[in-house]
Design a protein around this ligand. Structure first.
Ligand SMILES: Cc1cc2nc3c(=O)[nH]c(=O)nc-3n(C[C@H](O)[C@H](O)[C@H](O)COP(=O)(O)OP(=O)(O)OC[C@H]3O[C@@H](n4cnc5c(N)ncnc54)[C@H](O)[C@@H]3O)c2cc1C
Length: 404
C-alpha cells in the first residue's frame, strides 16, 4: 500500500533553496511539503559554505552559524597577496547548523518536512503538466499530489529532468574538501590558491571555521580538466603546498564532495505548475562557484510567487513568471560578466596567474569583494575601467564591462 498526500506546494530537496522556498510559502499561508531524500537535513555536506555577512544579516542567520572573515589571501606559484579589511565582510558557514536552521524556519512557519523520502517520478495531468511527485519513503511508495512543484533538488535536477525539460549539465565544477583540525590557524583569513599545481582549471582553498577547524579543498572545472579533485587534494595536503604548510599538523575530521553547475543561466526556470530554483536552476556565481546566497534569496522568492499563484487559483507558467523575472533582473547581467572573467581565469598559465595577482593587489578591499562576488555595479565598473591608475586593472574591468 502506498502512502498518499495532498499539498498545495511540494518542494523536492531540503537544501538551502528548498528550505527557503518552504519557509516563505508556508508563511504565506498555504499547505507545504518539503521532501529530502537523506536521513536528515544536511546529513551530507557538499559545500564549503563561504558567503557574505551582508546576506547573512539580510536572511537573519544566527551568529552561532558562521565564522567571520576579514582578510582575503591569494597565492599563485610565485606570488602572494593579502587584502585586509577593517570589518569582516565574508563568512564561512557551519553548513549543517545553517541548513538545519533554514529547515527549522520552514517547519515553524507550518511546512511539513519528509526526510528519508527519495523522489523518483513525476505525476502529470491530462495536459502533460506536472501535478505531483512519487518516491520511496520509510514505509515504501509515497505519492504527493500538489498544485505546484518546486524543483530544489540541486545539481541532479530530478524533477525537471523527469519532465524532459533539462538534461545533464555539460559544464560543471567538481570539488573535494577535508574538514580538518589544524595546529596553527588564523581564523580571520581565507586562502585561495591558484595555478597548475593546485588546480588546472579552478582553485584550491583554505576556509577557517573557528576553533582551529579549517576546510581545505580543491575545485576542478569540467570538462576543461580531467584531474580528479580528491586525488589532487590528497597530493597538495601530503606535499603541504603553499599556505597549507603553515597550518602545521592536520587531523582529518570529515570529507566533503560535490558538483556544481557552471553552464551559466542556460535554463528556463518556470513551466506550468513548476519552478526550478538554486543549483537546479544554475543560479551560481561562476567566479568562485558560490550559490548558497542565491539559493536562499531566490528560494524565498520562488516560495512567495508559487504561494501567491496557488492562492489566486492560476498556476500556469505566466503566473509563475514573476519569479524568473525577479532573479534575472537581479543577477543575469552580473553572472554574464563574471563568466567572461571566469573564461579568462580558466585559461591562465602559472606566469599569467602571478601577474593577475599583481592586478588584484591594486584593488581596495571593497573593490575586491564586489569583484569576487560578481556584484559589479555598473558605475563602479566604469570608474575602475576608466580611471584606475594601472592599465592592467583598467583592462580587467573593461572585460567585466564587456569590452575585450
Ligand atoms: C565543492 C563545492 C564547494 C562549494 N562551495 C560553496 C561556497 O563556499 N559558497 C557557496 O555559496 N556555494 C558553494 N557551493 C555551491 C553551493 O553548495 C550550492 O550552490 C548550493 O548548495 C545550492 O543549494 P540547493 O538547495 O540548490 O542545492 P543542494 O544544496 O544541493 O540541495 C539539494 C537537496 O536536495 C536533495 N535531493 C536531491 N535529489 C532528491 C530527490 N530525488 N528526492 C529528495 N531529495 C533530493 C539533496 O539530498 C539535497 O539535500 C559549492 C559547491 C560545491 C560542489
Amino acid at each position: 500500500m502506498s502512502e498518499e498526500y495532498r499539498y498545495d506546494l511540494v518542494i523536492v530537496g531540503g537544501g538551502p533553496a528548498g528550505s527557503s522556498a518552504a519557509f516563505s510559502a508556508a508563511k504565506n499561508g498555504i499547505k507545504v511539503a518539503l521532501i529530502e531524500k537523506e536521513n536528515s537535513i544536511a546529513e551530507t555536506v557538499r559545500t564549503s559554505g563561504v558567503t557574505w555577512i551582508q546576506n547573512i544579516k539580510e536572511f537573519g542567520i544566527p551568529e552561532n552559524c558562521f565564522n567571520s572573515i576579514k582578510n582575503f589571501s591569494f597565492c599563485s606559484p610565485n606570488n602572494e597577496v593579502t587584502i585586509s579589511d577593517t570589518v569582516p565582510r565574508a563568512a564561512v558557514l557551519d553548513v549543517r547548523k545553517t541548513y538545519r536552521w533554514l529547515a527549522n524556519e520552514a517547519k515553524e512557519s507550518g511546512a511539513d518536512i519528509f526526510v528519508k523520502t527519495n523522489i523518483k517520478e513525476i505525476i502529470k495531468n491530462e495536459k502533460g503538466d506536472i501535478e505531483g511527485v512519487k518516491g520511496i519513503g520509510i514505509n515504501g511508495e509515497v505519492i504527493f499530489h500538489s498544485k505546484v512543484v518546486i524543483d530544489a533538488s540541486g545539481f541532479q535536477s530530478t524533477v525537471c529532468k523527469a519532465m524532459g525539460f533539462a538534461s545533464q549539465w555539460e559544464r560543471f565544477g567538481a570539488g573535494a574538501e577535508f574538514e580538518v583540525e589544524a595546529e596553527n590557524v588564523d581564523s580571520e583569513t581565507w586562502w585561495l590558491m591558484v595555478g597548475q599545481q593546485y588546480s588546472p582549471a579552478g582553485y584550491a582553498w583554505i576556509f577557517p571555521l573557528g576553533n582551529n577547524i579549517v576546510r581545505i579543498g580543491v575545485g576542478v572545472g569540467k570538462p576543461e580538466s580531467n584531474v580528479d579533485p580528491t586525488q589532487r587534494l590528497k597530493e597538495i595536503m601530503e606535499k603541504q603546498l603553499g599556505p597549507i604548510k603553515k597550518l602545521g599538523r592536520l587531523t582529518e575530521k570529515e570529507f566533503h564532495y560535490g558538483l556544481i553547475p557552471n553552464d551559466g543561466l542556460s535554463r528556463k526556470t518556470v513551466f506550468n505548475n513548476l519552478i526550478l530554483v538554486g543549483d537546479s536552476a544554475g543560479q551560481a556565481n561562476p567566479l568562485v562557484l558560490e550559490g548558497i546566497r542565491y539559493a536562499i534569496k531566490f528560494g524565498r522568492v520562488a516560495g512567495k510567487v508559487a504561494s501567491d499563484a496557488i492562492k489566486s487559483g492560476i498556476t500556469d507558467e505566466e503566473s509563475l513568471y514573476p519569479y524568473e523575472e525577479n532573479w534575472r533582473n537581479e543577477i543575469e547581467n552580473k553572472i554574464n560578466s563574471a563568466s567572461k572573467v571566469q573564461d579568462r581565469w580558466i585559461g591562465l598559465t602559472d606566469e599569467e596567474w602571478d601577474k593577475e595577482l599583481d592586478i588584484i593587489k591594486e584593488l581596495k578591499s571593497e573593490e575586491f569583494l564586489d569583484f569576487i562576488k560578481a556584484d559589479f555595479g555598473l558605475s563602479n565598473m566604469i570608474k575602475l575601467a576608466t580611471h584606475h591608475p594601472k592599465l592592467a586593472v583598467r583592462q580587467l574591468f573593461n572585460l567585466v564591462k564587456g569590452k575585450k
